[in-house]
Design a protein around this ligand. Sequence first.
Ligand code: SIN
Ligand code: FE2
Length: 207
Amino acid sequence: MPELAPGAFHYPGFLDEAAQAALAHDIAEVVAAAPLYVSTMPKTGAPMSVRMTNCGPLGWVSDKEKGYRYEARHPATGAPWPPMPQALLDAWTQLTGYPKSPEACLINVYDENARMGLHQDRDEADFAAPILSLSLGADCRFKLGGARRADKAISLILSSGDALVLSGPSRRRFHGVDKIMPWLAQPLPTPLAALGARVNLTLRRVN
Ligand code: SIN
Ligand code: FE2
């Protein structure tokens, strides 16, 4: 398992094909109950190119009026988020060893042209807990920067089934997705294929 930087671990192929297919079924059920929505940027109200939903007690949302935050309910349906599938809780325990469960799993759905600009995950109160990300579907070029936006970033490919942990000194590194590479895909497993090219799940502890 390559350690990209202190506390930043890449686990290529962490989920095998059967585990990816099972997780895709779980996520399709989440999306059926908690439909994908388009978040908008604080202040400008510009729509993000990635569509989102969440599972777990809390979900990450953003809009022009109130900005980035966690909410216990879906912004459109007003319903509580669906529970986190057991496979995600198991992956959290196995890869982070963190004693408390994750409270939020953000589900990002990318089409071929979607991007995620360089950002820090810093809307959480608990920075002692790692971040765990799992990817399904098309490869992407992922940027991992430093503690400051201007720091030099490394590029790596995240493929279907890969896990990434950002912990300790890497917990607040800047990161982003600057290209989806569908020509190298791994199509998304069937129950998700109609939604887009790539799905990323980010598990976080919030409080
Ligand atoms: C994110 O940082 O929210 C998503 C990262 C990814 O899609 O790999
Ligand atoms: Fe992030």
